[in-house]
Write a protein of this length. Structure first.
Length: 588
């Protein structure tokens, strides 16, 4: 049976095409955000070595993600078009695999079109699609999970040689693990599907039947997971945050009742957004809970022979996702349970589990009015259900898109690049990126000099320059103004200040300075002369030009305090240092 023939095949193509167009438009309006910047900066600064690929990144070891960051940082730095195409291809591939899987499980039933629409249009996956680093944690895992299940179903239905299928499933699982640790869920999903397909047994005997039939697969999966977990434990040194039982209960309630359930049903349709958290309106929580319970009751009453196992698999998958969240994030409180990044993969499990519950059920779930109705009426019912999914998903998407498209980040970098194009001679005073771009939690990795290094403009930071500029939070460049400057002692020569030739000339501050500061040096000279400035182990050099001028230096944080600076010329001309002052730049 071809999955793409007939009216259902055309309907599936329509769902797929609408998803591709909609997500392409939304991706086109988004941009890089938060982790994307500092991970790109790290990748640009690193050599492509095994150590880089298996580097511990906040408790994650994701070699294929690291490889992707490195390739993009070096071949197409901050090219959102390249990233958007990559993400869209992954989502499209996952959706196509899901359709093939639904066709295998449900045959020529219109319910597979409804389930495809739920998955393809789900607002639950929107935030993780529009954010590159989050997308790399979602779509490769979902694609590998669905592909592994499809291979298992083909094996179970006799359309794949056991040896080939086993090797392909293990390879797919390993590929998923190299992308993200969440792929550890692939193995239990496979076992749950095998149990649901074990029609030769009944009741609890299904567990043993599935275990026995695919025993070599489970052995390979156990060995693979054991090796992965041991390696992961050796490569990481991050512990989950501490949390109380109350916090865990709050996260559980938020995650299940206000995140997963509304998200699977195309929500949230109304609510508020707080950072990465989505707070659905109370009526959304109530309506989605009622719909979910009604759907579960209908499946339990009218579903196929594996309906209980299908729903049990869904409950188990959500519980596993919740456990992963509680193990490392529960200390943040209930708000972390509202973040769709941690629940977006549940939509593929929900669609798969509903399909398993429907498999083998009576046509139209045995509902006599529908079973006896004409083809036109049944077509209208299907169209109405798909239309309801479209309306719900559109409402959820409209709520989330303005918040998750990361337009502020794009505006910041675009403005900065335009300013640099207008004046490419400036030197930038290094600072932490604005919190809206990169949170300061990653320390020096959030410095502008790190995250902007991949840009082709060849930016210069903290070098001696007469045109030192600060980067404002909106990306504009501002002249440096010192806040509470500490001046140097007046020079011994009244008109010249400190005359500097080949001999060293010490310039003392009125009080010692400490930490990283900007230093303004005012001078005049009759001829060009190279000036060397030192203090302790630090040194800098600049070209003093004719006439009265000024030069900015950036003094890094040095051990102890700095009492003064030592100036030394090249002897070509006397350079008069008329003033020196140091301080922190005012906030632009």
């Amino acid at each position: 049976m071809s999955a793409w023939k007939g009216r259902q095949g055309l309907a599936a193509l329509g769902v797929l095409l609408s998803m591709v167009v909609a997500r392409a438009v939304l991706l086109g309006g988004s941009w890089f955000n938060q982790d994307d910047f500092y991970l790109s900066g790290r990748a640009y600064d690193a050599d492509l070595t095994l150590g880089f690929l298996v580097r511990d990144t906040a408790g994650h070891v994701n070699p294929l993600q690291q490889l992707t960051y490195w390739l993009v940082a070096h071949a197409a730095p901050y090219s959102w078009a390249s990233v958007a195409v990559f993400v869209l291809v992954l989502q499209t591939a996952a959706t196509v695999v899901l359709w093939l899987l639904l066709t295998r499980l449900l045959g020529e039933r219109w319910s597979r079109v409804v389930l495809l629409a739920l998955f393809a249009w789900a607002p639950l996956t929107l935030a993780t699609t529009l954010w590159w680093s989050a997308a790399m944690g979602l779509w490769p895992h979902v694609l590998c999970s669905l592909l592994a299940v499809l291979l298992l179903v083909r094996w179970r239905q006799g359309d794949a040689r056991p040896g080939w299928a086993l090797a392909a499933i293990v390879a797919t699982t390993a590929f998923g693990l190299l992308w993200h640790e969440r792929a550890v869920l692939i193995a239990p999903v496979l076992y749950g599907v095998a149990v649901a397909l074990a029609d030769e047994a009944t009741g609890w005997r299904r567990l043993w039947a599935a275990l026995r039939r695919f025993r070599w697969l489970w052995l390979a999966q156990v060995l693979l997971l054991a090796g992965f977990l041991v390696g992961h434990g050796l490569l990481t040194d991050v512990e989950g945050g501490e949390s109380t039982w109350r916090q865990r209960l709050e996260v559980t309630g938020s995650f299940v009742g206000r995140n997963v359930v509304p998200g699977i049903l195309g929500g949230p349709w109304a609510g508020e957004l707080d950072g990465g958290a989505v707070r659905p309106a109370l009526w959304v929580v109530i309506v989605s809970a009622v719909l979910a319970l009604a759907g579960a009751a209908l499946l339990l009453r009218r579903g196929g022979p594996a309906r209980r196992w299908g729903l049990a698999l869904l409950v188990g998958y959500v519980a596993a996702d919740l456990l992963l969240l509680l193990s490392g994030r529960a200390g943040f409180g209930s708000i972390i349970g509202l973040d769709p990044r941690y629940s977006s993969d549940t939509i593929h499990a929900a669609v798969l589990c509903v399909a398993l519950s429907l498999r083998g059920s009576p046509p139209w779930l045995g509902l006599r009015p529908l079973a006896a109705a004409s083809g036109r009426v049944r077509a209208a019912v299907v169209a109405g259900v798909v239309g309801a999914v479209a309306v719900a998903s559109t409402a959820g998407t409209a709520l989330l898109v303005p918040h998750f498209q990361n337009t502020e980040d794009k505006a910041f970098v675009t403005t900065l690049r335009a300013e640099l194009a207008a004046d490419p001679t400036v030197v930038l005073f290094d600072r932490l990126a604005p919190a809206d771009v990169v949170l300061p939690l990653v320390g020096r990795d959030s410095l502008l000099s790190r995250i902007l290094a991949p840009l082709p403009e060849d930016l210069r930071f903290d070098e001696p320059s007469a045109r030192l500029r600060q980067v404002a939070d909106d990306g504009t460049l501002r002249p440096v103004e010192l806040d509470g400057a500490i001046p140097a002692e007046p020079g011994p020569d009244e008109p010249c200040g400190y005359p500097v030739r080949a001999a060293a000339e010490d310039v003392e501050f009125v009080v010692p300075i400490d930490g990283r500061v900007a230093v303004r040096v005012a001078y005049f000279s009759a001829e060009e002369s190279t000036i060397q400035v030192t203090t302790g182990d630090w040194e800098a050099e600049f070209l003093a030009t004719r006439g009265p001028n000024e030069m900015w230096l950036v003094l890094p944080e040095l051990p102890g305090t700095v009492d003064g600076l030592t100036f030394r010329g090249d002897g070509r001309s006397t350079v008069c240092i008329t003033g020196v002052e140091a301080g922190l730049p005012e906030q632009p």
